[in-house]
Each structure stands twice: as C-alpha cells, then as structure tokens.
Design a binder for this molecule. Structure first.
Ligand code: AMP
Ligand code: MG
Length: 332
C-alpha cells in the first residue's frame, strides 16, 4: 500500500490531494482546491500563478492534516506536468519538487488529461475500459485506450467547450465561470435557433457557432433560447463524436470528465446514447471530476507502481503535453 500526495495546477485551480490504494482502487483521503476567479475577463496566467503560489503551502499542510497522515507517511509526490498554462504549471511543479526533496520521497510528473481518465477507472465501480469524453475549460477530447496508449479519437480544433460557454457568457456579463449560469438559462429556453453544427471527421469546432450565437443575442433573440440552442448543438456534437469513438473501438463504457461534465443536459444526452447502445455510462463524483490533486496523486501512484521513475531533470513542465505522448505502462 502507498500513500501519495498530488498537486494539480494546470489552469484556474490549485489542488492538493492525498490518496492511498486499496485493492487496486483509489481511496481519496483528502482533496482540497482553491480556484482563482478573475475580476473580469478570462484567466490571466501570471495572476492565476500568483494565486496558486499564495495558497500552495497552506493547501499542502491542510491536505496532509485532513487526510490524517503525517508527512513522513507520504511515499510519493506527484504533480500535473502538462498540458496547461506555463506560469501555473511551473508553480505546481516547483512546490512538488521542493516537497519531494524535503521529504526525500520520489517525484512523478503526470499528464493532466490521462489523470481525468484514470481517476474514473480508479474511483467508479465497474468503470474499466471507457471512452472518456473530457470536457473542460481548455480541453475537449474523446480519449480511449488502444495499443499501449491513450489515443485521442476526436478533439476540438479551436476552443474547448467550457471556454466556448465562458466566452459566450462573458459577452452577457454572466461572470466566470459561465457554464452553470448558461445551464440555468437554457432550462427556460423554448425555441431552438439553428446554429452551425461543425464536426470535421472526428474533430469539432466551436468558434463559428459561438459567433452565430453572439449574433442572435445582438439581434435581440431571447437569451434563454440562445443558451438552450448553444447547449443543444454543442452537446449533440460532443455526443456524436463520442458515440462514433465507441463504435470504432467497440468499447462498452463511456466516462465523463472535466468541469462541463457537471452539466445535467450533457449527462442526459450521453447517457441516452449509451443506453441506446447497451453501454454503461459513468460520471465520477464532482470532487474528482473537476481539476483536483487526488487524480494527479492516483496517476502518479499507477505510474510509480508500474516501475516508472522520474529524475529532477525529467520533471520539466510541458505546456503542450499531449495525451498520446504517454506510454501507458500500468495497464493492458
Ligand atoms: P475545468 O477546466 O475542468 O475545471 O472546467 C471548467 C469549465 O467547466 C468552465 O468553462 C465552466 O464554465 C464549465 N462548467 C462548470 N459547470 C458547468 C455546467 N454546469 N455546465 C456547463 N459548463 C460548466
Ligand atoms: Mg481538467
């Protein structure tokens, strides 16, 4: 049995989680998160990093305390090595290196997107070999395991779905993050307004339909109807690509991950698709679905246990760390 501490810091959130492995599953002992809220506009990378730097030391001690362990019990320190915003990644990595050196415990940098998938497998009963629909602010990817790697079967060609919703909401002064507010407004929508449905092969594009939705607002259409149409169109696109990935890979499970997975309408659409296919539908609990330290700790554990080791030289962050760059040594 190992106890691992993970530090997440790819974008707006800094999180520290402590986990232990119990019979090949992940038991979360603590999982604390502080989220940077821009006063206006989107995330400013340097300000987000300053936010993270001001909270990280306190989060580490609080997380160890909440987990009811001692610093000396920690066997491994892991951190989000990428992808993400450079200043934020550097802050989390620096804290992780310092902690690893101080405790004289091994260090492991992990891929954030893979962590979203593994925490589903690690915490949700029955979830073994899913297609992951990973929907967050910056990332939108359909990921599944094939021949030694987590491969990206489809992804956004421009902005992430969360970012698309946030940009739309920013124009309406909804305040960051806008996804939950758009979800509320969409419930009151009654009329579907046509929007471009842009799927290119297995990839998706959101910027064209974002402009079209903004034009509807300018034309004075009901905001509720525009929000409803925006959700219906983008979520249908996401569901279609996910379904096709399931058909190609012949996988019988679908897993949601990322902040937008909180959306009830998206859940319903993907769940309906899964049901029609006779497949299983899974969503991790909210605390491990959003960006969090426990998922980073868990993936660090899996990698370490499979025999991987990381030297300080190898712990440089990688803003463009692709999901399919990771050699998956811990499963087949
Ligand atoms: P993440 O980057 O994974 O932390 O997710 C953050 C993104 O999730 C932001 O773009 C939010 O607007 C979005 N989000 C959070 N809750 C919801 C929701 N209920 N519906 C749609 N988007 C959401
Ligand atoms: Mg994420």
């Amino acid at each position: 049995m190992m106890i691992c501490l993970g530090i997440e810091g790819t974008a707006h959130s800094i999180g520290v989680g402590v986990i232990k492995d119990v019979k090949e599953k992940c038991r979360v002992l603590s999982n604390l998160i502080k989220t940077y809220q821009p006063e206006k506009g989107g995330i400013h990378p340097r300000e987000a990093a300053n936010h993270h730097a001001s909270y990280i030391a306190g989060l580490i001690s609080d997380s160890v305390h909440t987990a009811r362990v001692d610093f000396s019990d920690i066997d491994l320190v892991s951190f989000s090595q990428g992808p993400g915003l450079g200043p934020c990644l550097r802050t989390a990595a620096t804290a992780a290196r310092a902690l690893s050196l101080t405790l004289e415990k091994p260090l492991m940098g992990v891929n954030h997107c893979v962590a979203h998938l593994e925490i589903g497998r690690g915490t949700v009963t029955g979830c073994q070999d899913p297609v992951l629909l990973y929907v967050s602010g910056a990332n939108t990817q359909v990921i599944a395991f094939a021949e030694g790697k987590y491969r990206v079967f489809g992804e956004t060609l421009d902005v992430g779905i969360g970012n698309c919703l946030d940009k739309f909401g920013r124009g309406l002064d909804l305040g960051f993050p806008c996804g939950p507010k758009i979800e509320e407004l969409a419930k009151k929508g009654t009329q579907y307004l046509g929007l471009p449905y842009s799927i290119k092969g297995m990839d998706l594009a959101f910027s064209g339909l974002l402009t079209a939705a903004e034009n509807y607002v300018r034309q004075g259409k009901r905001i509720e109807d525009v929000c409803y149409s925006l959700q219906e169109t983008t979520f249908a696109m996401l569901t279609e690509v996910t379904e096709r990935a399931m058909a190609h890979t012949e996988k019988q499970e679908v897993l949601l991950g990322g902040g937008v997975a909180s959306n009830k309408r998206l859940r319903d659409m993907v769940q309906t698709m899964a049901k029609d296919r006779g497949a299983h539908f899974f969503v991790p609990s909210r605390d491990v679905c959003v960006d969090n330290g426990a998922m980073i700790a868990w993936l660090g554990f899996l990698m370490y246990e499979s025999g991987l080791r990381m030297s300080l030289d190898e712990s440089l962050i990688n803003q463009r760390f692709r999901t399919d760059m990771v050699e998956v040594t811990w499963r087949d």
